[in-house]
Design a protein around this ligand. Structure first.
Ligand SMILES: Nc1ncnc2c1ncn2[C@@H]1O[C@H](COP(=O)(O)OP(=O)(O)OP(=O)(O)O)[C@@H](O)[C@H]1O
Length: 257
């Protein structure tokens, strides 16, 4: 069974058809890449999967369950975690505080119990802090726990955002341009981290990115969107060399490489 199934999803905004009959699958433990030019509908697709937008037609399913009309928070509770294109972190807090906040949102922390501070709460806090440190380690952020987010370079912010989403225990991780703004070496290292996280947590990852070497290296399967439609899909090397994809998106030099 697919972890994620997008079935013929379409959505219109006024006169703009942002998605037209888009069908996509992501299986257990798969990394699925989504590429496509600006305005192709990639972020809109994530918004339909996470519930920020309601498709005009088509269905979205998570592990076979129809979630097309389910509210955002209920989808998150099912295990659908998402990062945003513009990093969504509390900039004045430390990296660790950001992770702990994300964990508290997950466990529905009771503020009264928190204030009284009984032994169970201390034990729970200790457990959460240990887990936050483990997530930082696995996300390549060891040594940055107590740094203020605002003081860190952009390349690390994407990793912190991924770690905060992991703190909510997702089984499906949707990443919106994790490689944006990264140089080739940083993108390579992010790819290694994502492969490691998939293995550690048994995650399914769907990743939008313009960084084609990153997408083709770590994805099991790639979709290329163009003008709201699936232009091509398949294994990364096949999609990268697909003539329509090259024409619409990658440039002639990609075809020659
Ligand atoms: N809320 C909205 N209202 C009106 N139009 C929208 C809305 N959201 C998206 N669109 C339109 O839908 C189309 C697809 O946009 P989308 O942001 O999904 O593209 P994208 O592939 O993610 O682009 P980029 O790579 O630049 O992030 C664009 O024409 C955009 O203007």
């Amino acid at each position: 069974m697919s972890v994620l199934e997008v079935d013929a999803v379409s959505i219109n905004f006024g006169g703009v058809q942002a998605l037209r009959e888009v069908t996509l699958r992501a299986g257990e433990w798969e990394i699925v890449g989504i590429i496509g030019p600006n305005g192709a509908g990639k972020t809109t697709l994530f918004n339909c999967i996470t519930g920020f937008y309601s498709p005009t037609s088509g269905r979205v399913r998570h592990r076979g369950r129809d979630i097309t009309t389910m509210p955002v928070h209920a989808r998150a509770a099912l295990g659908i975690g998402r990062t945003f294109q513009n990093v969504g972190l509390v900039k004045n807090a430390t990296v660790l505080e950001n992770l702990l906040t994300a964990q508290h949102l997950r466990i529905g922390y009771d503020p009264v119990t928190g204030m009284v501070g009984g032994p169970a709460t201390f034990a729970e806090e200790r457990g959460l802090t240990d887990r936050a440190h483990q997530l930082l380690e696995l996300s390549g952020l060891a040594g940055h726990a107590h740094a203020r987010v605002a003081d860190l370079p952009y390349g690390l912010l994407k990793r912190i955002e991924i770690a905060t989403v992991l703190a909510t225990d997702p089984d499906l991780l949707l990443l919106d341009e994790p490689g944006s703004g990264l140089g080739p070496e940083e993108a390579h290292s992010l790819g290694d981290t994502l492969l490691g996280l998939r293995k550690e947590f048994g995650l399914t990852i769907v990743m939008i990115d313009h960084h084609v070497p990153l997408v083709t290296r770590i994805s099991d399967y790639v979709y290329c969107l163009n003008f709201g439609e699936v232009l091509a899909e398949g294994r990364p090397d096949v999609v990268r060399r697909h003539p329509e994809v090259v024409r619409a998106y990658l440039g002639e030099e990609e075809a020659a490489s």
